[in-house]
Every structure is written in structure tokens, then in C-alpha cells.
Write a protein of this length. Sequence first.
Length: 388
Amino acid sequence: MPSNRASRLFHYGSLAVGLGLGAIGEATKRWAGGGSEGAQGGSPPPSLLLGRANIDRIVNKLSKMRGAALKLGQMLSIQDSKSISPEIAEVLQRVQNAANYVPLSQIEKTIRRELGAGWREEFAEFGEVPFAAASIGQVHDAQLNEHMQSKYGVGRVAVKVQYPGIASSIDSDLNNMQTLLLLSNLLPRGMYLDSTIRAARKELHWECDYVREAEAMTKFGKLLADDHVFAVPRLVADLSRASVLTAEFMAGAHIKNADDYTQEERDFIGTHVIRLCLRELFEFGFMQTDPNWANFLYRRDTRTIALLDFGASRSFGSTFLDRYLRLLNAAMEGDRDACRHWSTELGFLTGYEADVMTQAHVSSVLEIGKPFAAPGLYDFGNQDVSSN
């Protein structure tokens, strides 16, 4: 993985050149009568930039770059699938599921710097190959030594190690990605690229601070100590630093695979995730704001959900939460005037927008109230809130 700004800029530049050459190749192929692999059933062919070779090129490059590139891809992949082309959807899904990792030899310098030259002595076992690779770091399976097990009451742990150079490359990476996406017109209008990049920038800087994440994990552990559904990993503080985070290993299956579960299990998961969301906002005033489904693990045998990755956790003030709750109630009641009023109080509207923009915002707020206003169980499988 490239770890300095110069090498990362080179890779973004090579991606842009590669996409251009790939588009020329795709145009030649279509002109010669080869057609497009993406055009089916009389549907229009995809963009020249989204031929099969370029799709593979984008996925491979973003997966290798990790950091801001991968985070942005993951955030865009959460967008409603109806609003993007099948080719872009494939790119985003493959990027989200990317499993590339950095060899231990490349990140051991980080571990030695944070935990000391004798770091291996703290573990009875340490997996050389990570079992999970995310946007800013990768996670290794390990077993604590007897002393550490006795001190913390856990044996098997997950050790998250930050990729070298990731923290210092966030801003330049996002700027390069934004330029590439704007010049290529790969994304459709209405994807809110500017706001997505702002959110990615803020979250990435938070997530690179493992001390902050350790504090958030500990806080959630206390807040949810009496909850019988949600489980929070215990922190191993002696083996956690700014770029290394060690915590209890949590077993379970990603709830993004809920299609394989029974309807009763899906209802159970959905109900409790929404319950957690509302507790975080209106009871704790403290929320884990990263919506990645990989942060939730479901155990069928215990009917519990383990929570992972607390880097994007943040607090909300009482004034904001009071106004936000009033806005949500107004949306549930279908009160457009109240929605406009509380949106202005919250700063979502300034009062200087054109009326058509104000009405569009109010309509979007009313959409958010639909699941809460619906009688009985809400059918998220057939919802139209995202597209609306």
C-alpha cells in the first residue's frame, strides 16, 4: 500500500490515465461491433468509462489505496441503489467488500512504535494475516498471554493496526478523489458528492484517533451494560495507543447478510437497531454515526448483536436533541409548517432559500417520518424513503 503523498498522488494520476485509455478501448470495441457487456434487454450502454476493464481497474486501485478512497467508496455504496447505474453499484459494492490487506512486515513498525520492541511478549498467539481490512486499518486475531488474560478477563482479542501514512494523507486523498469523480462524471447528479466528502473527511480524522475510539468504546460499554441484546467489546488499555487498538474479540455474522435469516430474525434485528439508534440520540446524547452494516455482528445462538468500530462516535447537545425530536414528531404528524420551523431552528434551513428549495427540504423530512408514523411493523424491504 502506498504510504506517502507523492506515491499516492502518482497512483491517482495513473488511475485517471488508465480510465482514459480504457474508455478509448471500450469505444473501439463498440465501434468494431463488439457491443457493451453492460447493455442488456435493449437498455442503453453504460458510459465508456465504465467498461469491464475500467470497472476492474477502479476496484483494484481503490482497494489498494485504502484510506480516504476506500472510505468514500464505502459511504457512496450506502446510497439508494435505484439512484445509480448498475455499473457504479458494482464498483461500490466490490470496493465495500474489498479484502486487500497490508503484510505484517509493513505495519510492524507501527506496532513496535506504539507497544514497544517486545510487543509480541504480550501475546500467546498473534495472527500474521488479518481477518478484516477496513479503510484506515486492519484487524488481527490474537490471544493474550496469561498475565494479560488475568488482568482483563479476556483471552481472544482483536488488534486493530492503522495503515502507515493514512492519517496524513486524508485531505489530499479526498481532494484527488473529488477531482477525479467530477472530471470523469462517473457519478450521477444528486449524489451530494460535496457533502459526502465533507462527512468522509470529518469521520476519517476521528477514526484515525484510536485513543478517542477507545474512550468511546468504554463509554458505550457502560451505557449498554444492562442491555440484554447489545454487546460491546472490552478494551485492553495496556495494548491500545494512538495507532493500535486492542479489544475483546466478538463473534457473530455480519447483519448485512440478513437475507439468509428468517423473517422473525430480521424483524428482531431491525427493531433493536432502531431502538439503539433512538437510545443513542435521545437517551445517551452519544451516537456511533458510521452506518456501515459491518459494524454489527449477530449471534443466532444467543440472540445478541455485537457492536464494533466506535471511531465515528460523537456527542450531541441537549438543545440540538430537543429540536431534533420536535422535528421528528412534526414529520410523524405530517405537519409541514412545523417541519419548516424546526428545520430553521436546527440550521438545516436559513430562511433565505427559494420556496421550491424549502418545500423540497420539508418533503424530505416528511419522508424520514414515514417509518415512525406507519401503523404496526414498517416494511423496510419495500420502502421508498431513500429514493424519494
